[in-house]
Design a protein around this ligand. Structure first.
Ligand SMILES: *Cc1c(COP(=O)(O)O)cnc(C)c1O
Length: 355
């Protein structure tokens, strides 16, 4: 193994939109936050954030959570019983990136749908739903990701959501939105968060992705669902104390960091078109709708681990997604000059050849 210490500082971090640092203004808002005991409902800033997000998503109630993962897990735990099945895209975070949590804690199965850009339609959903049989798992819940992360940040069109959600209801399924990047979808599509969330029983937004907060997510739904979610929040150790410091960052982000997501999308498009011009790099810039760019490097004949290392030595981070695939994500700590530099370094790293 190489000593990480010998690598230069990451100057351009396209690894993930979780890598943002709080801005000075956000830190000031955090320092000024009024706080209390969240578990007693006495933290006014957290209460304000919960009300704000419930309103934003058009739901009865909301609850602050330490992460998006716990929002998904708790939502699935409340929606399902042991022996139930959760249907989602094959690339879904709930399927591949949450430690099989719902199987471990809830005894439920996941049934993935293999689909283009991780977006499926009502007929694909129907094909995945089990017919009621004593020996079959019970289909119970559908999870959609807005935007679809492994789908390259693809935006679920509102009509597609409505159609899948309507079909889900015909099958008696609940519908949950993993809204880790919902606000990116809203800005890209010009659709309100409330409209995107309306077809869902439950939904959440992440504060620590493109919105630029250090910590946090907010889960919303009907009042009885949120009460049940609170039980799991305690059970899993997610109930907090003076969380207002974090909630203040969330309120600040909702005020100041939503519209600017358009800049991240523009930077992603610029990066995509520069990268697409590099011989051996395959990607269609037309498919870049938000802040995520997947690169197919199979035609370069260079292992992505080698490309990662070369870029990293130049202070540029792009994530390895497999032996031939890499992922770049833009966010508020990445400028246009940064993506231009990253693309130039990528060109150089590819040009250097396989060894
Ligand atoms: C990041 C992410 C999550 C998990 O959010 P954390 O706040 O990192 O726990 C869930 N779903 C999707 C689509 C994500 O990209």
């Amino acid at each position: 193994m190489t000593n990480v210490q010998t690598l230069p500082r990451v100057a351009v971090d396209l690894g993930s939109d979780t890598s943002t640092r709080p801005t000075k203004a956000m830190l000031a808002a955090m320092m000024a936050a009024e706080t209390g005991d969240e578990q007693l409902g006495e933290d006014p800033t957290t209460t304000a954030l919960n009300e704000r997000v419930a309103d934003l998503l058009g739901k009865e109630a909301a609850v602050f959570m330490p992460s998006g993962t716990i929002c998904n897990q708790i939502a699935m735990l409340v929606h399902t019983r042991p022996g139930d099945e959760v249907i989602c895209g094959a690339g879904a975070h709930v399927y591949g990136s949450e430690g099989a949590g719902i199987a471990v804690m809830g005894g439920a199965l996941i049934r993935p749908i293999a689909c283009d850009r991780d977006i499926f339609d009502a007929d694909q959903l129907t094909a995945a739903v089990r017919r009621p049989k004593m020996r079959a798992p019970r289909s119970r819940l559908v999870v959609l990701e807005q935007t679809a992360n492994r789908g390259g940040g693809a935006v679920w069109p509102l009509a597609a959501i409505q159609s899948v959600a309507a079909r889900a209801r015909e099958h008696g399924l609940a519908v949950h939105m993993d809204g880790a990047r919902l606000m990116n979808a809203c800005v890209a599509a010009g659709v309100s968060a409330k409209d995107f969330a309306a077809p869902f029983d439950t939904a959440w937004i992440d504060l620590s992705k493109g919105l630029g907060c250090p910590v946090g997510a907010v889960l919303a739904g009907p009042r009885d669902f949120i009460e049940a979610a609170w039980v799991w929040k305690h059970r899993l150790g997610g109930a907090l104390r003076q969380s207002g410091i974090l909630a203040a960052a969330g309120l600040h982000a909702l005020d100041h960091h939503v519209e600017r997501l358009a800049v991240d999308h523009e930077n992603a498009r610029i990066f995509a078109s520069l990268a697409a011009a590099i011989p051996g790099v395959r990607l269609d810039p037309q498919t870049v709708e938000t802040n995520i760019v997947f690169l197919d490097l199979s035609a370069t004949g260079i292992d992505t681990a080698i490309l990662y290392r070369r870029l990293r030595e130049q202070g540029v981070r792009i994530m390895v997604e497999g032996p031939t695939r890499m992922r770049a994500v833009t966010h508020l700590d990445v400028t246009r000059a940064d993506v231009e530099r990253a693309a130039a370094m990528l060109a150089q790293s590819v040009e250097a050849g396989p060894t």
